[in-house]
Design a protein around this ligand. Structure first.
Ligand code: SF4
Length: 328
């Protein structure tokens, strides 16, 4: 099912021409600084470009280089990431900064060295290696997998590791080794702006003539469905004057380091009326969060703090709890 190399070479040329004339002017495309490229690549994982832009710009003002990020206080790092989600990325980025500083402040300029750094997986190593250093490494993210699966009308399930290995091999063959930076960004751009998950714009696609999946593009990539699990939770709004009781999530739990309202605990609390009901998604869970007013039955635990709405604004909150704080 492989595309023969002559087809690849003509598709590469068409893709490069299209990218040169339509590429979006994004802030991380105006630099080859490995630090800035790494920040952008890690922020862009699981997050839309429009959301990332203001975070990226603010991040570079707060932490302009590896050294500044390495020595920053963890709560400042988490606060700067607040709202982007997947907070492990912020901690990994700081751990990476510390490792780079320990190695003399420069990232290695080869694939093995990049992949050996903490928090750098194959995707980030390929993206940073190609864009910052011009290394011939093909990126494979969700956008690239979709484009390649459609180009080849690949019938294999992309949730299987073997399919990902196959797609990486195809991406390697497709790579323009003379300009891997532009090529990688062009494929990702095509996936993000033309070869969309729903209603791809095949009529304006530069690769349409060589695309085997074009007539039924939405059937690709083939992916087995993982059903979402519904979950209900109740959080307690415990008020004292103009302040609300909140807790910081301890290590080892999702949202570690972030602030939140406590779960309602019938042993320690008396329930009151419903205040709000919110829905959010986390990993495989579709959660309905009910917020109720409550009172302590006995002593207030020492674990948390009473915070005013203004104090809450200065702290990093888990996204659904930030929404709840706004409602208060
Ligand atoms: Fe995607 Fe359509 Fe282009 Fe094929 S022709 S790569 S399906 S946008």
């Amino acid at each position: 099912m492989a595309i023969r190399s002559p087809a690849f070479s003509s598709l590469r040329i068409k893709l490069a021409k299209w990218y040169a004339s339509t590429r979006r002017d994004l802030p991380w495309r105006r630099t080859t600084d490995p630090y800035a490229i790494t920040v952008s690549e890690i922020m862009l994982q699981q997050t839309q470009v429009v959301t990332v832009i203001p975070y990226y710009e603010r991040w570079l003002e707060l932490f302009p280089d590896w050294a500044a990020l390495a020595k920053a206080a963890e709560h400042d790092v988490i606060k700067a990431w607040e709202g982007l989600g997947y907070y492990r990325r912020a901690r990994n980025l700081q751990a990476l900064a510390k490792a780079v500083v320990l190695e003399g402040g420069q990232m290695p300029r080869n694939a093995e060295g990049l992949r050996a750094l903490p928090g750098i997986g194959p995707y980030t190593a390929a993206a940073v290696g190609s864009i910052a250093f011009g290394l011939p490494l093909a990126v494979l993210d969700g956008n690239v997998m979709r484009v390649l699966a459609r180009l080849l009308a690949l019938p294999d399930d992309i949730s299987r590791p073997a399919t990902r290995t196959k797609l990486q091999e195809i991406a390697d063959q497709f790579l323009d080794e003379r300009d891997p930076s532009t090529h990688n960004q062009a494929v990702m751009e095509l996936g993000a702006t033309v070869c969309l998950p729903r209603q791809p714009m095949c009529l304006i696609c530069p690769l349409q003539a060589g695309c085997r999946g074009r007539s039924h593009a939405e059937d690709f990539p083939v992916k087995s469905r993982v059903p979402q699990v519904r979950r209900a939770e109740t959080v307690a709004i415990l008020k004292h004057g103009k302040s609300f009781y909140c807790e910081q999530v301890p290590a080892g739990k999702p949202w570690h380091g972030l602030w939140r309202f406590p779960d309602f605990d019938p042993v320690r609390m008396v329930p009151g009326d419903e205040i709000a009901r919110l829905k959010y998604g986390i990993t495989k869970y579709a959660v309905t969060m009910q917020a109720i007013s409550a009172k302590w039955k006995s002593r207030v635990p020492a674990a948390g703090r009473y915070l005013t709405v203004e104090q809450m604004q200065a702290l990093a909150f888990a996204a659904p709890h930030r929404k709840l704080a706004r409602l208060l």
